[in-house]
Design a protein around this ligand. Structure first.
Ligand SMILES: [Fe+2]
Ligand SMILES: [Fe+2]
Length: 187
């Protein structure tokens, strides 16, 4: 496995796990939103379709890069369903605060990955760029449909929880990977 292939495999592993987490968040929110925020259902259902296609896209890029899904996918499932159910139970504003917090955290990781892959792996780079456009739509929807900055505490807790999930599922590799992406991108 070459150095670039190994980094690409690690990018795919964390992204694939993250998309699985996003699927679990939106699925749980859809259940809660039926009672708490029915007006959000069209957005949540559309976002769920996007996240499923993102997970499949990252999975499809794994074999040619000797990549494998994360062994701790259950962490994403439990964490995602937990975030989805708690935010869903708190209602409309909390659901949107959760979406904005998770998607902004993901967005930062994708930015680093695009910078790294743009010079090394064209196929991976264009996949991430395409997916990032849809993630941006999720952020934009959440930001423009919130009625204020309520649930700022929830937003910041969820931002940290997402980083922790990413860190736990990669057993700390996400921190080393981010450092390597930042170093390699300027070389
Ligand atoms: Fe996604
Ligand atoms: Fe998303």
């Amino acid at each position: 496995m070459t150095w670039n292939t190994s980094i690409a495999a690690r990018i795919l592993k964390v992204n694939h796990g993250g998309e699985h987490g996003a699927i679990c968040i939106y699925s749980a929110q859809i259940v809660a939103a039926r009672f708490r925020a029915p007006d959000l259902l069209p957005f949540l259902n559309e976002a769920l379709v996007h996240e499923r296609s993102h997970r499949a896209r990252f999975r499809s890029l794994m074999p040619s890069r000797q990549g494998k899904p994360c062994r701790m996918m259950w962490i994403w499932a439990v964490g995602g369903a937990g975030l989805g159910l708690i935010s869903g139970a708190l209602g409309r504003e909390a659901i949107l605060a959760c979406t904005e917090a998770v998607e902004r955290t993901v967005h930062r990781h994708l930015d680093d990955q695009i910078r790294w892959s743009s010079l090394r792996d064209e196929e991976l780079c264009s996949a991430i760029e395409g997916i990032q456009i849809e993630e941006q739509e999720h952020i934009r929807y959440a930001a423009t449909h919130r009625s204020g900055h309520g649930f700022a505490w929830l937003e910041s807790t969820i931002g940290h929880a997402t980083e922790t999930l990413i860190w736990l599922s990669t057993r700390g590799d996400s921190t080393r990977l981010a450092r390597q992406l930042a170093t390699d991108a300027v070389v």
